[in-house]
Design a binder for this molecule. Structure first.
Ligand SMILES: [Cu+2]
Length: 348
């Protein structure tokens, strides 16, 4: 059973008040295997997810063009207010925001959503690359001038138009029919860039989260600091916890967060490929029995994609080298001038 949340307050970021439901188990859509999996579904050739800052101009252009393509294709889900294929992904996030944030499903669901976005770019828009990530540790304190906001080889600037609308870049004319929050209104993609808000993505904060001993402690650390920082450094629509996928930068940010989760998992794979904790909802739904609102998340829980792509279980997305997901993260490489060759002087 699905509950609608049309009357919920949307302006208090991450302070959810209502609503939780067990996701519907299956939408009836057949799963199209990743192009990089073989006929048996084994992960044979992993997509290489690289930092946006390490992509060539041609690679950046190819990604931006594919996103524009997704924005030009019509919706296939017919979800309320969805007009384009890009909107379909927003809806899958917006319609269940109350049970995929602040709980055990947060990291698994967003991993699946990043993969869905990557799959649509590749299968429906001819994109040959992988989903890139925004290496945020190196843009701390200087997001407003970073190359992600480049008007030609980036996502446009920080909302200098009326109402904070982005006024340059490839996405300046995109008309959202979703947001803010649970509303579905016609609006521009708007931003409110803050260098100050990016501090939660510092290497020190990341390192602290990676040192946590369990999913139960690592996930809240990642969600509260680096996750919050990226959303609020860009600001505007992407800072809205419910309708945030309305800004294409959402995918660069959450892919970086997913990389951090994988970096943490990779420190002890035998244990951490099965380590899940937290509830299935961050809110209490008064219409349901109390024990139904706050059940523990398990590996068998079904993550609902609302028909955008096939559903997956939490277990399906725990390993990025499995049958459902098939990619790897390439670590960020600093430019040569930021990483000068050390000269070894014999006198020290
Ligand atoms: Cu989210």
């Amino acid at each position: 059973m699905r509950l609608t949340h049309t009357l919920l307050c949307v302006l208090t970021a991450f302070s959810f008040e209502l609503g939780a439901a067990t996701p519907t188990p299956f939408h009836g859509h057949s799963f199209a295997p990743s192009p990089s999996s073989d006929m048996q579904g084994k992960c044979t050739q992993k997509l290489q997810r690289r930092a946006w800052q390490n992509l060539s101009r041609a690679e950046k252009k190819a990604y931006l063009d594919a996103e524009l393509c997704l924005m030009s294709l019509p919706t296939k889900t017919g979800l309320p207010a969805a007009v384009t294929r890009f909107d379909d992904l927003i809806k899958a996030h917006q319609m269940q925001a109350y049970w995929v944030h602040g709980d055990g499903w947060f990291l698994p669901f967003h991993r699946l959503l990043m993969s869905a976005h990557e799959l649509l770019l590749r299968q429906e828009c001819g994109y040959a690359g992988a989903q890139p990530y925004w290496e945020e540790t190196v843009t701390v304190g200087k997001v407003s001038t970073c190359e992600l906001l480049d008007p030609v080889y980036g996502f446009g600037g920080g909302g200098t138009g009326p109402g904070g609308c982005i006024s340059d870049g490839p996405f300046k004319d995109y008309v959202l029919h979703t947001g803010p929050g649970e509303e579905n209104t016609v609006q521009c993609i708007h931003r409110n860039v803050s260098d100050t808000n990016s501090w939660g993505s510092s290497q020190a904060n990341v390192t602290e989260c990676l040192q946590k001993p369990s999913f139960a402690t690592a996930w809240p650390c990642l969600e509260k600091r680096p996750h919050w920082a990226g959303h609020n450094a860009i600001g505007g629509e992407v800072a809205n916890p419910i309708s945030s996928p309305g800004d294409p930068l959402f995918y660069l940010h959450h892919t970086w967060l997913d990389k951090l989760w994988w970096n943490w998992q990779a420190l002890d794979l035998p244990a951490r490929l099965e380590d899940i904790a937290g509830h299935t909802s961050s809110v209490k739904n008064p219409a349901l029995p109390a024990d139904y609102s706050f059940v523990n998340a398990t590996l068998d829980d079904v993550l609902d994609m609302y028909g955008v792509v096939a559903n997956a279980t939490v277990r399906d997305v725990m390993d990025i080298r499995g049958e459902r997901l098939c990619f790897e993260y390439v670590e960020y490489q600093p430019p040569a001038e930021e990483n000068p060759k050390k000269t070894w002087w014999p006198w020290g």
